[in-house]
Design a protein around this ligand. Structure first.
Ligand SMILES: Nc1ncnc2c1ncn2[C@@H]1O[C@H](COP(=O)(O)OP(=O)(O)OP(=O)(O)O)[C@@H](O)[C@H]1O
Ligand SMILES: [Mg+2]
Length: 497
């Protein structure tokens, strides 16, 4: 039964083909006659008049955007951008769509299938876009690879709208298309840290992987008003292209994020990248040879990118100040650092605060906004409790609020305590663990403060004793001198007599 159906279908097509064949044959004969019996000049004249008449009766203008331009090897950027723009409309309007699977088989992007038409409206005018595909007619057998089908997009509109189309519609299509491309593209995390797998012949100085950090401003534990201030600043910046051009300033903005380890500096960078849909360039300054290389790296970044320099205070001594600081270290300090390198590194990181940085680096213009990320506040804790336990309130919150006021704990440590460690770990257990950790931290801090106070008191006592001894010594010395003076006075006195 099924076989029969197929057969009927085939028959019908053959019928149509036969009909079309006779029409085509008729046209071919007419064309051959036209070419054989009319002299060249007369043919040209006739063609010109035919076009003129066509122009009079056909009031539309067609603009064709081929997929490949020039050498035929490079896909036209305009084509790709227009395609993106049309995808937004076509997936709602067109009945035949093509599915393109992108981003490692994770995302399906629908686009207009060949020979589909969609309408668009702009400033009250109507325009039509058609997608065409011309397959080369191959009549001979060739050993060479076959030529691909040529695709193009055709824009049709009434000729009275030519001004609007050329002055604003095309610009609008390209800008919208670009914005959609940015929104949908697989973002990348670039790094200039060349490992052993580094391809020496690669054209770029950056290597990259897909950027897939899930952090967002919603999940970032930070006071809501600070969050709002930062996100508003970022959005204002992205929308200020014309403003930057007007004031003659390069369209870039520097943010200095500072704070102890585990307070969310790197997390915030990921949240910024996700908010703006920008690529991230992780610039490892210690791998940069000199200024020329740095400049090359910066030139080689794409637009819409966030360039991150982690631990800027530790990675490069821009003014040689750190070297001087190193030189000033006492032998004992150097020995201590060698014996406990991890502790020394932690200390260095703890010193990572605003005031320790080279002023040239953090002055306005280089870094426009300074953002301090600090120990976990109660507001920040509430966000973490929502993220990790889906909890908005609990009777243990008040206790945690008090403890957070009394002791310092980084959001990283709070998060670690809140995270359920087994299936039996319920919210009560997680909050209880955090309370224990906070109490431990408080006791430890108190003990440390006590020990420090004792040490300070001891040092002061020692200092006092030392000072007293010095004084005694001085007195003794002064005493001797005094004696001598007395003697000399006496001698002088003697001499005067
Ligand atoms: N403010 C925060 N909001 C949400 N999660 C946070 C926050 N701070 C820290 N975390 C959690 O702690 C982990 C470590 O934080 P992150 O790497 O952002 O800290 P950092 O400030 O960059 O530290 P470092 O100075 O060591 O680089 C993150 O993966 C995240 O899970
Ligand atoms: Mg970090």
């Amino acid at each position: 039964m099924k076989k029969n159906t197929n057969a009927i279908m085939l028959f019908t097509i053959r019928e149509m083909m036969a009909g079309a064949g006779s029409t085509l044959a008729g046209l071919m004969v007419a064309k051959a006659m036209f070419q054989n019996y009319f002299p060249y000049d007369l043919r040209r004249l006739i063609k010109r008049y035919i076009y003129k008449i066509m122009n009079l009766v056909y009031p539309y203008i067609n603009i064709r955007f081929p997929e490949y331009q020039g050498d035929g090897f490079h896909r036209s950027k305009a084509f790709a951008t227009i395609e993106r723009y049309l995808n937004e409309n076509s997936s709602k309007q067109a009945k035949h769509l093509k599915a393109n699977i992108v981003h490692d088989n994770q995302v399906i992007v629908l686009s207009m299938a060949d020979h589909e038409e969609v309408t668009d409206e702009f400033q009250g005018i109507k325009l039509w876009w058609t997608s065409n595909c011309v397959t080369p007619n191959r009549q001979s057998i060739s050993f060479y690879p076959t030529e691909d089908a040529k695709r193009n997009l055709m824009l049709t509109f009434h000729k009275k709208h030519m001004d609007i189309v050329s002055s604003s519609y095309l610009k609008h299509v390209l800008e919208e298309g670009k914005a959609i491309t940015v929104k949908e593209r697989q973002r990348k995390l670039y790094t200039n840290n060349k490992n052993e797998n580094w391809n020496r012949f690669a054209r770029s100085n950056w290597s990259h992987v897909a950027f897939e950090h899930p952090a967002t401003f919603d999940t970032l534990a930070l006071e809501p008003n600070k969050k709002e201030e930062i996100t508003k600043d970022l959005i204002r910046f992205t929308e200020a292209k014309d403003y930057y051009a007007k004031i003659g300033k390069a369209w870039k903005r520097g943010y200095l994020l500072y704070g102890p380890p585990g307070t969310g500096k790197s997390t915030m960078i990921a949240a910024m990248a996700n908010l703006l849909k920008y690529d991230v360039y992780d610039l490892e300054l210690t791998s940069v040879k000199d200024n020329t290389e740095l400049r090359k790296l910066l030139i080689d970044t794409s637009s819409k990118s966030i360039i991150v320099i982690e631990d800027i205070d530790c990675s490069l001594d821009l003014t040689g100040q750190r070297e001087k600081k190193e030189e000033k270290k006492t032998e004992a300090e150097k020995k201590e650092e060698k014996a406990h390198p991890v502790k020394a590194e932690m200390k260095k990181r703890e010193e990572n605060n605003n005031s320790q940085l080279d002023p040239a680096l953090i002055r306005r213009g280089r870094t426009d906004m300074h953002i301090e990320l600090s120990y976990c506040s109660f507001e920040a804790f509430k966000i973490l409790a929502k993220n990790y336990l889906d909890l908005e309130s609990h009777n243990l919150f008040a206790r945690i609020d008090n403890l957070l006021n009394e002791t310092k704990m980084t959001p990283a440590d709070v998060a670690e305590n809140l995270m359920p460690k087994s299936t039996e770990d319920d919210e009560e257990a997680c909050l209880g663990r955090l309370i224990n950790a906070l109490e431990d931290a408080k006791t430890k801090a108190e003990e440390e403060a006590k020990a420090r106070a004792e040490e300070e008191a001891k040092a002061k006592e020692e200092e006092k004793l030392k000072a007293e001894k010095e004084k005694d010594k001085e007195k003794e010395a002064n005493g001797k001198e005094g004696v001598e003076i007395t003697n000399s006075v006496k001698e002088n006195g003697d001499a005067s007599h």
